[in-house]
Each structure stands twice: as C-alpha cells, then as structure tokens.
Design a binder for this molecule. Structure first.
Ligand code: ZN
Length: 236
C-alpha cells in the first residue's frame, strides 16, 4: 500500500512539474545577440533607406513582411533576400479583424504570404518564422499554438520595443533610448521596429542602436529557421 502511495505521489509530482513548466520562450543561449526586426514593409523609400543603413554598418536585420505590401515592391523583397537579411511572415492583409477571425484564417494568411515570397524569389525560401500583428499577447492560445506548430512555424515576439509603431513621431534620441530598455534580462535581444511610411526617424536611430549594442559586446544577426523562438507565455 505504502509503495502504491509513493508511486502515486511521484506520478502526481511529475504531472505537476510538466503542467507547471512554461513553454520554451525567453531562453538563454549564452550568446549576446541582437535581432533587429522591422515590421509591416516593404515600403518604398523607408525600407530601402533601412537596407542602405544596414549595408553601411555591415549588419543583418530581419523584416517581418506583410504579403499585400510586396505588390509593386518585389525588387525590395529581392534585395532583402540577396543581402542576407531575414524575411519573416507577418500575415497577408495585416487586417486585425480578418487575421484574428479564426486560426485557419491566420494560418492561411501566413501561407499566402510565404507563397507570394517564393513566387517573387523564384524559389522555395521555406520561411518558417512569423510574427503576430500587434504581438502574440492575448491572442496566442493553445489552439493557435498547435496550428502554427503543425506548419512548423516559430513565433517571434520582442523584448525590446522602439515604440516607433505607437509613436511614429518620436525623436531619434527617444527611439535610441527605447532601444536600450528590455522587458527581461535575457542576453538575446529582439528589437521591434517598423518600416511604415510614417516611420521617418527609425532609420536614423539605427546607428545609435548599433553603437549601444556593439559596445556591450552584442552581435547583430538575422533570424533564420534555426533561431530559437521567443514568445510571451499564454494561458492554457
Ligand atoms: Zn505589424
């Protein structure tokens, strides 16, 4: 009897451990890496200026592109790819009502964007990293998670926010200061920035962000399919 109780206790403790352990996110890899990410493009002018600046500094960034924005800007997408930057999926329409209407719609929007990218690049780029419009917080749940994993997608939120999306008129100084603040102590920084038409100061802030992180021993890298994902924990 005592043995049975012991076994039951062990099983119960193990079950609790499994249930309580958080999903993999904010994982420390021991590397000081910065992933500078730009959402919502490609945009004529703005995205091209950012590409010029990344080229000047000889660093790689990642662009979470909106499928419909690629239309008539195929050359910018090709340039991102040719210059070795990451290209992630950020839905096709970026219409919150539509993309969050169902899990199936959300996945379809990502697939449609990936197909369009493959068509433009004339190859199977096999992109498997995505970002939720507005971030996954309050949106990602087990149903979304399972559907995204069935597609092999990795999810990327951020732990540093330039706030150029909510405050497009922020000064370069403010943007760089925002880039120094992180929501966690993880040595893997994922910086959220944008390349919409109204993000005029973002490109000018890149140099300050570069200097700050380089001085602290960080390396700028592009997100790839192999990059460990980072997303906010969600209620099950
Ligand atoms: Zn967005």
């Amino acid at each position: 009897m005592r043995r049975i109780i012991t076994i039951l206790v062990v099983v119960l403790l193990f079950a609790l451990l499994v249930i309580e352990s958080p999903k993999v996110y904010a994982t420390e890899t021991g590397e000081k890496v910065v992933y500078l990410t730009f959402d919502d493009g490609p945009t004529k002018g703005v995205t091209e200026d950012i590409l010029d600046e990344l080229q000047r500094l000889n660093i790689k960034g990642t662009f979470f592109v909106v499928g419909k924005e690629i239309i008539d800007k195929e050359d910018i997408l090709k340039r991102m790819y040719d210059e070795g930057h990451g290209i992630g999926l950020h839905t096709y329409t970026h219409n919150y009502n539509k993309v969050y209407s169902s899990v199936d719609t959300f996945v379809e929007e990502m697939k449609k964007t990936a197909d369009f990218i493959n068509e433009v690049l004339q190859q199977d780029a096999n992109i498997k990293y995505i970002r939720f419009p507005g971030g996954s917080s309050g949106r990602l749940n087990q149903e979304f998670y399972d559907a995204l994993k069935a597609q092999g997608y990795n999810i990327f939120d951020w732990n540093v926010n330039l706030e150029d999306g909510v405050k497009p008129n922020a000064t370069v100084y403010e943007l760089v200061e925002n880039a120094k603040k992180s929501r966690d102590d993880v040595d893997r920084k994922i910086i959220l920035a944008h390349c919409n038409l109204n993000n005029k100061n973002t490109v000018t802030a890149i140099n300050g962000i570069y200097e700050y992180y380089t001085n602290q021993g960080y390396e700028f890298k592009a997100i790839t399919n192999e990059t460990l994902e980072y997303y906010y924990s969600f209620k099950k």
